[in-house]
Write a protein that binds this ligand. Sequence first.
Ligand code: ADP
Length: 453
Amino acid sequence: MDRNDQIRDSMRQIISPGSDKDIVSLGLIKKLQHDDQGHVAFTLELTTAAVPHREQLKKACEESVSKIPWVTSVSIAMSAQPRAKPNPLRVKSPGLDHVKHIIAVSSCKGGVGKSTTAVNLAYSLAKRGDKVGLFDADIYGPSFPILVSPRETELYMRGEFIQPLEYEGVLLMSFGFVANQAGGGPAIMRGPMVTQVINQLLTTTEWGELDYLVIDMPPGTGDIQLTLTQLIPITAAVIVTTPQQLSFVDVVKGIQMFDKLKVPTVAVVENMSYFQCPNCASRHYIFGQGARKKLTEQFGIQNTFEIPLYPEIARLSDSGTPVVLADKDGVMASLYGEIASSVVQEISKITSGGFAPPAVEFDPDRGMIIKLSNGDERTCSPANLRRACRCAHCIEEFSGKKILDPASIPESITPTHISPMGNYAVAISWSDGHSSSIYSYDLLLQLAEPPAG
Ligand code: ADP
């Protein structure tokens, strides 16, 4: 075996953090060299400089390669992945040239805690050691001037670029800062103008080298949000919602909007989800529970998070201090820290190619075919899939009781349209006219015939 192959093979059991693939298959070993004296050198390219366990990873590589009998020394350089190539259809965005990953924080409605989530997510990422920027794209209700308190609030230009403000190590830009300086309130603008202004402010801000830029999107899923998602090279989306009944529908709308533009939704945050009683320490789910379970079952989204109604958030927000900074080791810091870790892991999966959803197809002879990324195929009868639909027309929303009579579905039913829905599910329309069936890939695999053999 070729010596380079021997070296690579020795590291095939080392799994990349946040992925289920090994570092060799993911192509993270770069610039591999060896010489006649048995000196081996290579670069281990990680998603960002702050990938968790990077030192352990390096050590594991050293140990594995050192076990090869002819190897006398191992030298490993660590590097971070360059930013994905920008979509050529998108506008030129010089200010974003050195931004590795853009995370959009979105919600269907205002007042659900989207900005609070964006701000605390950004500071939690920064606490992990990443270089982070925070952009307020909410032009009608910019909230950063309230939520964060940069010492210097004067904006100035260097060349063609606006210099971002800075607070506790995170770079900031908001239309609110511009409006404050100009002495005016938010202008009355039409949709296309709004997206132009937001995009111009975003792309002419000199962000410099950033691991993550968190964007607080304008609330809603209309034209403004869709155009922005088209213009900005967003890596992943986080959707914020509240637990009221309607919000599940909102989350679906959000996922669908990002889907249209192939932006994966990597986490859903249910904000103000319960009230932690200060007297009895018990959790009161004022609006009921169950939305998270539904999100996981229907969309396969594993990363759903609950943030409680926490009066300190409102008080601290008003004083310009994100809660994760005010109480660095407190319960809220740990909750937002979990969201940040999970977002980083999902982004690492996306950018390293470790994420490959199955393809779902229909074949008149074989039925539904689920093609897995490892080449395996599983099949399932279309009628069984249709009978397992969990939409609100087929299953009672709160009791979970079946409304659909399975006997009413003929064996001859076929899908009329199949399309991926988010990263983890597929939407299917059926020949009986039913069009709201969504199946997580996990559910599809549960319903499929067991693998042969
Ligand atoms: P949005 O960006 O969705 O309009 P904000 O983040 O501005 O919402 O939050 C709206 C209000 O709710 C703010 O006053 C904020 O301090 C408060 N808030 C947000 N999340 C929480 C929470 N988990 N507990 C208590 N208050 C919260």
